[in-house]
Design a protein around this ligand. Sequence first.
Ligand code: SAH
Ligand code: SF4
Length: 390
Amino acid sequence: MTTPLTNLLDFDPAQLVAYCADLGEKPFRAKQLQRWIHQFGASDFNAMSDLAKSLRDKLATRAEIRAPAVISDHTSTDGTRKWLVDVGNGNAVETVFIPEENRGTLCISTQAGCAVNCRFCSTGKQGFSRNLTVAEIIGQLWMAEFELRRTHGIEPGPKGERQITNVVMMGMGEPLLNFEPTVTALKLMLDDNAYGLSRRRVTLSTSGVVPMMDKLSQECAVALAVSLHASNDPLRDGLVPLNKKYPLRELMAACRHYLAFAPRDFITFEYCMLDGVNDSDEHARELVALVNDPQVGVSCKFNLIPFNPFPESGLLRSKNPRIKAFAQVLMDAGIVTTIRKTRGDDIDAACGQLAGEVQDRTAVKQRMEKMAEYQKKFGADFGRIVEIPS
Ligand code: SAH
Ligand code: SF4
């Protein structure tokens, strides 16, 4: 039986040094190798011209550089580009590139499905399949950066203009429920011999896994976005079931604690605008009271996300004037508030639409069972198990 090849995309910088040491190589070789992989997008060891031929040969027999395969690749009329990426067993996740004037943002996924099962999110409605590996997470950035360079005729390597200047972990899945692989991927994003992004340009979005927020502050404090979506506990319990385990008071305390380590002096609160559910002036005033409370309050900005509807949600997007009025209440209280522009909705690339239309419906029951199992693992009763009409 042949031994499987080791995928070098799974390694953070320290692990690559250890891997090279096992091959009898010095740490600077690991650095060279890492540059080839993450700065030049190389997948062929033979092309790594400054590595000794003997090392290249050794690597070729034991290792590989393999990102998940791309199933489809669509570009929206507004330039947003969405890749559907195969993560095996009929599962696919999505990676979305959003070009803007002075930056290019990549939105990446961390899990196939999600066990949190928020009321308004189509990812949650698919159930949970599995955690992505490091190679599958960082592989999305690797694939997208070098694919974009190929498309625009930009040379690989540090001299070529970087296409992805910002990363947001806002695709499918709850990154803090796939903690170790997520942090390893974050470390690669920040490493100078890989993508060299500053901590301010990498944002992790969480539905509020309180203990893991503390852990993240210690291990890799990137910019943090928190999916708030409600101004009080009963409302949030119904929208983000995780709130039953980590209610607002604890969430706010975790945000305050995080700020001591964060690269920015505010937390971004995401707030999905749902018609008649969480979008009244009264809700906005309750939010102001919450975030300005001397005991529980947090320095923050608000990002209002117009809800992206999907058929089985039974929810509607708040009307634009309502969203503006809601924003005004927050801004009148001195809170910086933005309304997220919906990008790429002609190719289903907008927030919460990342469902992967290639979903195999027959596997839904299995994914629902996995969701229940995963929730139990975290000792939580945070997801109502919903059956999806087939
Ligand atoms: N699991 C993480 C990150 C992925 S979701 C989290 O929940 O924070 C990224 C953002 O999109 C979150 O704020 C999420 O609440 C929001 N979102 C999910 N479904 C949505 C939908 N249908 N319309 C608008 N925003 C949605
Ligand atoms: Fe999971 Fe985030 Fe969707 Fe909630 S909003 S189900 S945490 S991906």
